[in-house]
Each structure stands twice: as structure tokens, then as C-alpha cells.
Design a protein around this ligand. Structure first.
Ligand code: PGA
Length: 254
């Protein structure tokens, strides 16, 4: 399967930083048929990043969330048509920081994912267990519950642009990435569930790993056929690091 590497800048980088990033990145990055690359900056930085990326082949622009309605009385929210107007082609939904700190639920995530897909955007739906749940050996139960809930109402023929990101909460921003075995085990469970939910279409859905990936550890993930790339936080803020992560990830693909 084609790999996917997505930079999640979270609440980082002003317009000048984004321009600096692209200047460095475009000098290093070699587009490959084996991988799609995306960057999800803060909403406010999308226009500058779109302008800076003009002409950089194969790099998709995305956002970190999206509302389920096209418009209306929803102060502070951003809709899929608004994001499309800015040239984005994908959105991240259900990131654990949204779930943990901003009360997002599986049902809400499902509505956001459906709106993204319905508007022709790729939707990266995030799932992952907390440290307590991991230690209590509830990983599969939690991840499968989130997966089913966050994909509720999505039909098999709507999954062409669906991507899943497995991000153990305890691995995000901690420097403690999951081991290859731990991650692979969960990816296999997710992939089985996707096949149950969507039949043959489920097997075509890319499942990314996220959580403290670096240029040094990415090979342990992409060297297994069950992991199709990464959602990258910290290591994506620096152009050289993100590029090295992509290159090493592609090299290691089994
Ligand atoms: P991290 O973040 O790479 O900094 O751990 C990943 C994410 O939150 O998507």
C-alpha cells in the first residue's frame, strides 16, 4: 500500500515559520510514488502555506479539524467548504488532544469525518488508548470502541478517502514511541475491524501510526506491512527532520 506521512503542526508556527519550513523542505524533499505527504498547519497559516507550497509536487495541505455543517451559528468553528476554498485536501479528526481537552466524542468525530468525506476531503480519523487503559490491558477494547463510534454512519462506498491513525495517547509528545510489536498488534486488530465494517473496501484503508515518531525510529513502523505511514507531531516542525523521517520510512517499507 502507498505510504502516507502527515505533519500535524498543532498550535505551532506563524506564517513566517511556515515559509521558512517550505523553503528548506523544498530543497530536500524528493517526491516518491511510494508515499503521499501532507502538512496540517493551524487554520490561520493555511493560506501562507498554500502559497509557499505552490509548485512543490506531491505535498497535500490539510487542517486539524472540521465542523460537520457547511455553515451556520457555530462561533469559532470552520467548515469543510471553507477549508476547500483554501486549497486543503484532507483533515485530521478526533485527535486525542481534541478528545481529551475539548470534549470531543466518537459521535461528534463521526459527524466531522462524514462531512469531510462528503465534501471530497480525505479524513484522518484518530484513535488511541491512554496509559491507564494500556496498563489495564484495555487497548483493543478502547481502540475498537473508538473506531466503531467514530466511523458510525460511514458506508463502504465512502471510504476511498478515509485514513485511520492509531495514536496511543501515552506515546504522543512523550518521546516514548510504541514498540514495533505493540503497534503492529493494534494495527492488525484495526485492519481486521475495518474489513468487518467495510468488507473488501476496508482492506484498502491506510492505517497510520502516530506518537513520538522520529527519523530514527520510523523504520520500525513502516517495515511492517500492517503500518502504512505516520501522523507526525514534534518531528514535523523541522523541515530536515520531517524529510528524513519520510525518506527513512520509505526506505524501510517492506
Ligand atoms: P508526536 O505527536 O509525534 O509529537 O508524538 C503525534 C500526534 O499527536 O499526532
Amino acid at each position: 500500500m502507498k505510504l502516507v506521512f502527515v505533519a500535524n503542526w498543532k498550535m505551532n508556527h506563524l506564517a513566517a515559520d511556515a515559509r521558512g519550513f517550505v523553503e528548506k523542505f523544498r530543497a530536500l524533499y524528493k517526491p516518491s510514488d511510494r508515499a503521499d505527504v501532507g502538512i496540517a498547519p493551524p487554520y490561520t497559516t493555511i493560506p501562507s502555506l498554500a502559497a509557499a507550497l505552490n509548485g512543490v509536487k506531491g505535498v497535500m495541505l490539510g487542517a486539524q479539524n472540521v465542523h460537520w455543517l457547511d455553515n451556520g451559528a457555530h462561533t469559532g468553528e470552520i467548515s469543510a467548504p471553507m477549508l476547500k476554498e483554501l486549497g486543503t485536501s484532507f483533515v485530521i479528526v478526533g485527535h486525542s488532544e481534541r478528545r481529551q481537552f475539548y470534549g470531543e466524542t466518537d459521535a461528534g468525530v463521526a459527524k466531522r469525518a462524514k462531512a469531510a468525506l462528503g465534501n471530497g476531503l480525505r479524513a484522518i480519523v484518530c484513535v488511541g488508548e491512554t496509559r491507564e487503559q494500556y496498563e489495564a490491558k484495555k487497548t483493543n477494547e478502547v481502540v475498537l470502541g473508538q473506531l466503531r463510534g467514530s466511523l458510525e454512519g460511514i458506508k463502504a462506498d465512502e471510504t476511498a478517502k478515509l485514513i485511520i491513525a492509531y495514536e496511543p495517547v501515552w506515546a504522543i509528545g512523550t518521546g516514548l514511541a510504541a514498540t514495533k510489536d505493540d503497534a503492529t498488534r493494534v494495527h492488525v486488530v484495526i485492519r481486521q475491524e475495518l474489513s468487518k465494517l467495510f468488507g473488501p473496501a476496508g482492506a484498502q484503508i491506510a492505517v497510520l501510526y502516530g506518537g513520538s515518531t522520529t527519523p530514527d525510529n520510523i523504520a520500525q513502523f513502516t517495515s511492517t506491512a500492517d503500518i502504512h505511514g505516520a501522523l507526525v507531531g514534534g518531528a514535523s516542525l523541522d523541515a530536515a527532520k520531517f524529510n528524513a523521517l519520510i525518506e527513512n520510512g520509505i526506505k524501510a517499507q517492506s
